[in-house]
Design a binder for this molecule. Structure first.
Ligand code: T5A
Length: 198
């Protein structure tokens, strides 16, 4: 009987406006050219419930406790891993995901200052132990990413955060890369698109 080879899990990370969505398409095209079966998905979101949580967490008006934000991100992730990511990987398909746990580490752990270890511990308690095989961290100066994003229209609740918040997020992402250089590859996203994609 033929055994199924588990698929690979690739994530795209980085601040707003660095080009995750743009480059996701490039990676997807490359996987398709290689004849690899894959699923493209995103967080928060990726399931019907996750997409509702995304709407809730990004569009909420007024204040939201950092802990509430973290729990909503994590709830979306639990559903996503159980219903989409794990089944796809188990069936041999690759998964290309726009943001994953590193985003909670960076945005809630560092940006909201809830503590990186606290965020990691919450996920362990919920049984989210899945790690990407490869993370492409698109990195560029915060102000440049925000400037790209500003051309796109009205910002969501998180996009309205301060420069200091995004600086903490960027630093945390770079620390993730430093701690796991085999998994996290940093790409200079300030370069022209063709160079980034190459
Ligand atoms: N969040 C998410 C958390 O706080 N915790 C979590 O656990 C998770 C999972 C999600 C929000 O939720 C937060 C983080 C976010 O605030 P999102 O929509 O996934 O939101 O993420 P955004 O970062 O907001 O997505 P954006 O669409 O804003 O940014 P992208 O996808 O990085 O950028 P993209 O591809 O849309 O490109 C932006 C513009 O730049 C141009 C593109 O053409 C586009 O116009 N561009 C370039 N221009 C010149 N040179 C290049 N190299 C370029 N690359 C792209």
């Amino acid at each position: 009987m033929k055994s199924t080879v588990r698929g690979r899990f690739i994530t795209l990370e980085g601040l707003e406006g660095v080009g995750k969505t743009t480059n996701r398409q490039c990676v997807a095209d490359w996987l398709a050219e290689c004849g690899i079966e894959f699923v493209v998905t995103r967080e928060p979101g990726g399931t019907p419930l996750g997409e509702s949580l995304r709407q809730l967490v990004l569009s909420a008006e007024g204040q939201m406790q950092g802990e509430t934000e973290l729990l909503l991100m994590a709830a979306s992730r639990v559903e996503h891993v159980a219903r989409v990511i794990e089944p796809a990987l188990a069936s041999g398909r690759w998964v290309l995901c726009d943001r994953f746990l590193d985003a909670s580490i960076a945005y809630q752990g560092a940006g909201r200052q809830l503590g990186v270890e606290r965020v990691a511990e919450l996920h362990r308690l919920m049984g989210v132990t899945l790690e990407p095989d490869l993370t492409l961290l698109l990195d560029m100066p915060v102000a440049d990413g925000l400037a790209r994003m500003a051309q796109r229209g009205s910002p969501d609740r998180i996009e309205r955060e301060t420069l200091a918040f995004f600086e903490r997020v960027r630093e945390a992402y770079l620390r993730c890369a430093g701690a796991a250089p085999e998994r996290v590859k940093v790409v200079d996203a300030a370069q022209p698109l063709e160079t980034v994609q190459a």
